[in-house]
Design a protein around this ligand. Sequence first.
Ligand SMILES: [Zn+2]
Length: 232
Amino acid sequence: MSQTAALYHLQTLDSQIDTIRTRLSEIAELLSQDDVVRTAQNTLTAAEQSHLKWHTRQTELELERSTLQEEAKVAEKRLYSGRVLNPRELTDLQDKLAELNRRIEALEEPILEAMLAIEENSQHIEQARSQFEHVMSEQSHQFGELDKEQTVLSSQLDQLLAETGQTRSNIEPQYLETYSRLRQRPGGLAVTLLKGNECGVCGVELTSQMAQRVRHGKVITCPTCNRILHIR
Ligand SMILES: [Zn+2]
């Protein structure tokens, strides 16, 4: 393989490597994004916490009500037992019973409110859970695909890097240096093909003597754009 052919081949390999590296960093970026799952998870957790809060409230209110009902039952029993004869005590008992019943009645609305909130929350939880499962399965599918692509690309990259090393070892250091310098320019094209007697990039026409030397595998750079010229 002539020096220019090796340089041209190296450029083909390096371009492929660049493409793979770009895609690999895109994949790494995508794999690190799990915002959608996190949001769905947070929504579900919030719904579950709210549900728990209302459940606790309902239990507390019902406990309070049953304690008051128990007290009212005792007071009522005593009031109608016929054993309390003192008018003052009877009045006190009647007042106490009325007060207990007022408190029991006052609990009805908050208990109903808690029950409605629990019912509403159950629906929220169901929605949040199915959304979470949906997002998780979508993500694991997408991540699975990206993971496969990453594996394939990584092994291609390894092969290309090995081949690059081999190709580089066949190129004289001075030409490698020229190549590296040219690759760093915008566009990254260091080697170009000769079309007839013209540079494939800038189109300048070479003298037939120069073109002849390119054909013989000499490393010649374009007098206008400085790229290494090669002919296949
Ligand atoms: Zn040129």
